[in-house]
Design a protein around this ligand. Sequence first.
Ligand SMILES: *Cc1c(COP(=O)(O)O)cnc(C)c1O
Length: 403
Amino acid sequence: MRAFRNVGGEPFFVERAAGSRIWDVDGKEYIDYVGSWGPAILGHAPKVVVDAVRDAAARGLSFGIPNPFEVGLAELICHWMPSIEKVRMVNSGTEAAMSCVRLARGFTGRDKIIKFDGCYHGHADSLLVKAGSGALTHGRPDSAGIPKAFAELTISLPFNDVDLVRKALGENKNQIAAIILEPVPANAGLYFPKENFLSILREECSKHGALLIFDEVMTGFRVARGGAQEIYGIKPDLTVLGKVIGGGLPVGAFGGRAEIMDQLSPDGPVYQAGTLSGNPLAMAAGIAQLRELERVDGWELLERLGAQFERLAREAIAGAKIDITFHRTGSMFCLFFARGPIVGLADAKRSDLKMFAKFFRACLGRGVYFAPSQFETGFVSTAHMPDEILRTGEVVREVLVNL
Ligand SMILES: *Cc1c(COP(=O)(O)O)cnc(C)c1O
């Protein structure tokens, strides 16, 4: 994911980062739109989060037994995402998604799952089938090392195609444990669910006794206080979280209906554990970050900054001679070097990757760091100042005119 192989050159090594800026070990400065791939919604090293981590660290690094920070973060999550009645903390989005799938299988007594091409749910075996993110960027969406028997239990379908979902559910009656998806896919570029796509999935899952799992590792507490499920008004059975909720420390979480969560050990038969889960530093960082987001009305601010970037980017694109499709929701954006519409992985893959690589390198050379892949999402943070976004708009315009 971090390699620059597809855009040319070598990754820079980071000396330090603050706010919207990153400095590499050679002293070069960049305006950063990667934000550690999602967590840095307040920018880098926000004082409230750093202070919270420092205070927590002084009281102990890990206990392996419950601590109040864990309860605090759990309460916040359940309060902001009402579909989550109970939540469990883990150490990464991968772990959370993997545990959710096991829980869905244990709860339903079924083995198969449905996912969507280009959606990324971390690197657990069942989920690395036609996956997005680094797996897609580096041409290994199906990863070696996954037993065929595992992969056969995962059905991957094109995003936004309800007919194929209905067909798969019909052909696998009483066998589908869950449908898992990113409600707003952000790991193959960024594209959106068509009108009613999510509500039809909700209906079909209920009809067929399958669980609906929203992977909101990217969108959770980012696109809105209550995540994508709040924006689209859908109540998934289980939700996967990570990135933003850890404030930059290693965290994941999953939760949902109490009746399902009660199947987890020790109450129920589905095993799950983790030495460092609920780590006090990570929990304190997460609480501090979410509270600060709320205090500064972060979602409103991100929408404003995102809209400013969109305006400038669209002006720049209008002056370019090539096809570019621009997508944005709140603080998340993507420039596809392809003609629209882009509603799924197959469309995203029509992008001109050579052109993207040129764009990436030219921006980097001018001190603007976008993700080194066409198949990733860009982020503005609350620390991006309007004049920095203006400067970025100028860079993008200059670069696109000369491509
Ligand atoms: C990043 C991501 C994951 C994996 O999280 P890690 O913490 O990298 O393991 C899972 N799902 C989505 C949607 C993600 O964006």
